[in-house]
Design a protein around this ligand. Structure first.
Ligand SMILES: Cc1cc2nc3c(=O)[nH]c(=O)nc-3n(C[C@H](O)[C@H](O)[C@H](O)COP(=O)(O)OP(=O)(O)OC[C@H]3O[C@@H](n4cnc5c(N)ncnc54)[C@H](O)[C@@H]3O)c2cc1C
Length: 439
C-alpha cells in the first residue's frame, strides 16, 4: 500500500482561502507532509473589499489581480480552476462543474476531486430578497466582472450624454443598502463624477449626478456604532448624497425603484448592495446543516456540525461563539473575520497533520471597523491592542488604517518584502496614471 500524503482541498481562494492555501503550502506542501489543492471558479484573485473602487473606476482591477497559478507555484500548493457544484461525503469527493468557453463550447468536463480534509470558503453574494425586478434592473458588486460592469455602465451614460445635444443632462444613481459597501460606493461614485468632468467628460456636471442611498433601517451603517453612522451621514450629506432611511424597496424597474411606502425614486443606474447570502449550491449540501441564507453551520473549531472532515470559514460559514458573559456572538461576514479564521485553521491543520493534534477553537477579535469615503476621508473605530480600548478615528489617520487592511492581506500572501515593493510600485504608478480608470 502506498503512503499517500494527507490530501487537503480548499474551495474558494478569497480573503480567507488564499491566505490559508499559502500558509499550508509553505508549511506542509513544501515538505511533502500534505498535498494542498486550491479550487476557485476564477483564474485570478482580487480582494473583494476593493470592488466598490473598481466599480467607480478609482482602481484598475487588472493592476491588482493575482494569478492563482503563480501564487500556487511560489507557495507549494496546486491550483485547479473550477466551480464546486456538489459533495459526496461517503466517497469524500467534491464535484466541479464543467468549464465552458465564451461560445458555450465545453473546455473541461465535470470532474470529481478527492479529499481527506475539505475547507469550504466560497464567500457570499448580495441578497436581493427576491425583490421583483432586482435581477433584471440592478447591477451587483459580487465579483470583479460585476464591478467592472458597473464601471462600464457608468461610463456609457457619460459617453451618451457627451454625444447627445441634451441641455444639462442628469444622472440618477440609486444604491440599495447603506451598509459599508453601499456607503463606500456612494462616496467613490461622487468622486468619480468630479474626476470624469475634470478629464473632459463634462456634459454631466458633477452637481447633476444625483446619488441616493436607500436603507431599510432607521440609520445608515446599522451594524456599526451610532457615532460612526452619524459622522458618516454628515459627511455624505456634505457631498450632496441623498439618504433615505426606513425605506424598503419593493420593486425595481428600468426607470427606478418603488418603495413599500409608495415612493418612486428615479434611477438610471441601480446598484444592489444590501444583505448577503452564501451560494445556493451550499443549501443542505450532502445533508450538512445550513441556515436560511445557505451558510454552513460550523462548530467553534470551524468543523461543520455534522462532519469533522469538512470545515467552513468566512462569509459562507455561520459560526456562533460565546462572549465572556456567555452571550452568543455570531461572527460577522467581514474580511477580518475570514482572515482570522484562516489563520486559526492553518494552525489547526498543521498541528493535526504533523502532530495528530485535535483542532483548535476559534476566538474572534474585533479590531474595529473602518469606512472609506473615497479620497475625501475615512471614519471608524479601532479596538483592542493598538488603542487599549474603543477609539473613534477620522480623516487621514482612519484612511491610513483603512489602507493598512489591504496591505496586511498582501503581507499574508507575499510576505513583508514583496509587499514593500508593491507599495513602492503603487506609489510610482500614481504619478503616471490618471486618477480614474477612463475606459
Ligand atoms: C464592496 C465590498 C466592500 C467590502 N469592504 C469590507 C471592508 O472594508 N472590511 C471588511 O472586513 N470586509 C469588507 N467586505 C466584506 C469582505 O469582502 C468579505 O467578508 C470577505 O471577502 C469574505 O471572505 P471569504 O474568503 O469568505 O470570501 P471571498 O473573499 O468572497 O472569496 C470567495 C472565493 O470563492 C470563490 N468561489 C465562489 N463560489 C465558488 C465555487 N462554487 N467554487 C469555487 N470557487 C468559488 C470566489 O471566486 C472567491 O474567490 C466588503 C465586501 C464588498 C462586496
Amino acid at each position: 500500500m502506498t503512503d499517500q500524503p494527507h490530501n487537503i482541498v480548499i474551495v474558494g481562494g478569497g480573503a480567507g482561502g488564499l491566505g490559508l492555501a499559502t500558509k499550508l503550502g509553505k508549511k506542509l506542501g513544501k515538505k511533502k507532509k500534505a498535498h494542498i489543492t486550491l479550487v476557485d471558479a476564477q483564474k485570478t484573485h482580487f480582494w473583494k473589499p476593493l470592488l466598490h473602487e473598481v466599480a467607480a473606476g478609482s482602481l484598475n482591477a487588472f493592476e491588482d489581480e493575482l494569478s492563482y497559478l503563480a501564487q500556487a507555484k511560489w507557495n507549494h500548493f496546486q491550483f485547479l480552476p473550477g466551480r464546486m457544484s456538489g459533495l459526496n461525503r461517503d466517497n469524500k469527493t467534491i464535484t466541479l462543474a464543467p468549464i465552458y468557453d465564451e461560445t458555450g463550447e465545453e473546455v473541461v468536463p465535470e470532474r470529481n476531486l478527492e479529499y481527506d480534509d475539505l475547507v469550504i470558503c466560497v464567500g457570499s453574494t448580495a441578497n436581493d430578497f427576491n425583490t421583483p425586478g432586482a435581477v433584471d434592473h440592478c447591477l451587483f458588486l459580487d465579483n470583479r466582472e460585476e464591478a467592472e460592469r458597473v464601471h462600464t455602465t457608468l461610463l456609457n451614460h457619460y459617453l451618451y450624454a457627451q454625444a447627445s445635444r441634451e441641455a444639462s443632462p442628469e444622472l440618477n444613481i440609486a444604491i440599495i443598502g447603506a451598509g459599508a459597501t453601499g456607503v463606500e460606493l456612494a462616496a467613490e461614485l461622487h468622486h468619480a463624477a468630479i474626476e470624469l468632468a475634470r478629464y473632459g467628460l463634462d456634459a454631466i456636471k458633477p452637481n447633476k449626478v444625483k446619488i441616493t442611498i436607500i436603507e431599510g433601517s432607521d440609520r445608515i451603517l446599522p451594524a456599526l456604532p451610532i457615532r460612526i453612522s452619524s459622522s458618516v451621514h454628515k459627511q455624505l450629506q456634505k457631498m450632496g448624497i441623498l439618504i433615505q432611511t426606513n425605506q424598503l424597496v419593493s420593486e425595481i424597474t428600468n426607470t427606478g425603484l418603488k418603495t413599500k411606502s409608495g415612493d418612486i425614486i428615479a434611477s438610471d443606474l441601480s446598484i444592489w448592495a444590501a444583505g448577503i447570502k452564501a451560494p445556493a449550491f451550499l443549501k443542505d449540501i450532502a445533508g450538512l446543516e445550513t441556515n436560511r441564507i445557505n451558510q454552513l453551520l460550523v462548530k467553534p473549531t470551524l468543523q461543520s456540525t455534522l462532519d469533522d472532515h469538512i470545515y467552513a470559514l468566512g462569509d459562507c460559514a455561520s459560526c456562533t461563539l460565546k462572549d465572556s458573559n456567555d452571550e452568543p456572538i455570531t461572527i460577522p461576514p467581514r474580511a477580518q473575520a475570514a482572515h482570522q479564521q484562516a489563520e486559526l485553521l492553518a494552525k489547526s491543520l498543521i498541528g493535526n497533520v504533523l502532530e495528530g493534534q485535535a483542532p483548535l477553537t476559534f476566538t474572534y477579535k474585533d479590531y474595529g471597523s473602518l469606512i472609506s469615503l473615497s479620497r475625501f476621508s475615512a471614519v471608524g473605530n479601532l479596538m483592542g491592542a493598538i488603542t487599549g480600548g474603543d477609539m473613534m478615528v477620522e480623516g487621514m489617520m482612519a484612511k491610513m488604517f483603512y489602507i493598512s487592511l489591504y496591505r496586511m492581506h498582501q503581507v499574508a500572501l507575499f510576505g513583508r518584502f514583496r509587499t514593500g515593493s508593491l507599495i513602492l510600485k503603487d506609489f510610482i504608478g500614481k504619478t503616471t496614471r490618471p486618477h480614474l480608470k477612463l475606459h
